[in-house]
Design a protein around this ligand. Structure first.
Ligand code: SF4
Length: 160
């Protein structure tokens, strides 16, 4: 029995959520409630709809323009188990994975001690964009990020 994936929505082609053309999966549910969040409709864990992992994979498979897939939200690491299932299929297609989180990498490593799916998702992904959105550090010039505290981390260089 696979873990359910609760979604807010998907964007089949985006050029603003990581390098190249990307399929973006917005998960539903976020515990962070960052003031000024641009996606407040994704906060309610009871909102959204049940995603179909295989249908998403089929869409990705059918688009040769895609260089990768981005997991955004919402908080992707609140659904790490389901996203690991999707991530494994995405990697099998030869696509790279960017994952956003309102947690820092350090916090995710701590959470990963109790939830192995969190560590597994970090291992499957290529890039993490970490940390909450901080309104006081908002910077529209930053690539792929909303505020300057957020970091673009190459997970392949991390000891996970
Ligand atoms: S982590 Fe992201 S989705 Fe969640 S409240 Fe912060 S900016 Fe919004």
């Amino acid at each position: 029995m696979s873990a359910p994936l609760r979604l807010s929505g998907v964007i089949p082609e985006s050029i603003v959520d990581g390098p190249g053309m990307r399929y973006v999966v917005f998960v539903q549910g976020c515990p962070h409630h960052c003031p000024g969040c641009h996606n407040p409709q994704t906060h309610d864990f009871k909102g959204g709809y049940d995603g179909d992992i295989q249908a998403i994979v089929n869409q990705i498979k059918g688009d040769p323009l895609l260089s990768g897939v981005t997991f955004s939200g919402g908080e992707p690491f609140c659904q790490a188990g389901a996203l690991c299932q999707l991530a494994e299929k995405v990697k099998a297609l030869g696509k790279n994975i960017v994952v956003y989180s309102g947690y820092t990498l350090g916090q995710l490593k701590e959470l990963g001690k109790k939830d192995p799916d969190i560590l597994q998702l970090l291992r499957l992904a290529d890039t993490l964009i970490d940390g909450p959105y901080v309104e006081a550090k908002r910077d529209l010039t930053l690539q792929y990020r909303g505020s300057s505290n957020q970091r673009i981390i190459n997970l392949k260089e991390e000891d996970l």
